[in-house]
Design a protein around this ligand. Sequence first.
Ligand SMILES: *Cc1c(COP(=O)(O)O)cnc(C)c1O
Length: 369
Amino acid sequence: MKTRDTLEERIYNFSSGPAALPLSVLEKVREELLNFQNTGMSVMEISHRSKHFEGVLDRAEGGLRRLLGISDDYAVLFLSGGARLQFSMIPMNLYAKGKPVDVINTGIWTQAAIMELERLTEYRLAASLEKENFKRLPRLEEIDLSPNASYVYIASNNTIYGTQWHEFPDTGAVPLVADMTSDILSRRIDISKFGLVFASAQKNLGPAGVTVVIIRKDLAEKAKDTIGTTLQYRTHIKHRSLYNTPPVFPIYVAALVTEWTEAQGGMAALEIRNEEKAKRLYEAIDVNDFYYSPIEKADRSVMNVVFRIRGDREDLEKQFVGEALKAGLGGLEGHRSIGGLRASIYNAQTLEGVNALIGFMKEFASRNG
Ligand SMILES: *Cc1c(COP(=O)(O)O)cnc(C)c1O
């Protein structure tokens, strides 16, 4: 294994977000940076209302629609404000008085969404795994849904704890709303089962700065006129994400990422590759007594692989992160709130990168075990 003091080469980036982008996408950005499509300008310098930028929006939206099979009943929006703005915008637009939101609390990102629900609406906890430190998801029979809810709220992948829904709750006529920030475009998904899906881009979709919102159009009509114009989904539907100046550069890169994803064979191919990467990594953790995964097997995330060194040896975990970086493997520290180790293996992470990590893990364990 090579070691280095400075990182003049690109590393295998396991960071949870902003996260690795496909190399060929970065190369394309570089190639087009100074002169975008013979405009004599970069994509950041052209009008967002020009036909060239409309073309970019078409590519980003079209790519997402094809990859996820999104029907015309849904709008695809490109908004600013991050996933966190959605924690406010969703209740502002979809909550109806007297119909508490049903929330399934599976970690810090649903808790952050709950903080906003507390300010804006009534809500119920349909299930919460807080007592078990979010080490698993609720089983479907543990979820207590109300037929009177405005909507049901979940996070499809819990970036920090490393759990992921592999089967979604059936919410009947009540719209299901999902924060898919850390697993959008990682697997096949039936959008028609959801009322609204959103994802800020910096995990699996592009650079930070744009949030994709996929919303069933009829739900966008429910918002009261008393909320600000820019906070209403219907404004952005009407203006095709061009009401305010959208984050043009992140949208452009997201368009390239969707094209890269299609070139990889689309969601079915990516899903197989992502599962293979996760399987190898979890196996490497499970077979080695030096490491363990705190997450219940059935709920383990294919995107964020959380693990620890047995005995919760923070000293060794710190050493692991430092030595891994010197070996060209970056971003392996767990989230600051829970510690431990985490390898985020989004679409842009290669099997080669995962194998390099597994090799390092074995070698580190044999030196320190
Ligand atoms: C990273 C993350 C967020 C926060 O996204 P911002 O764009 O910083 O607001 C929200 N939800 C999930 C699941 C995340 O992984």
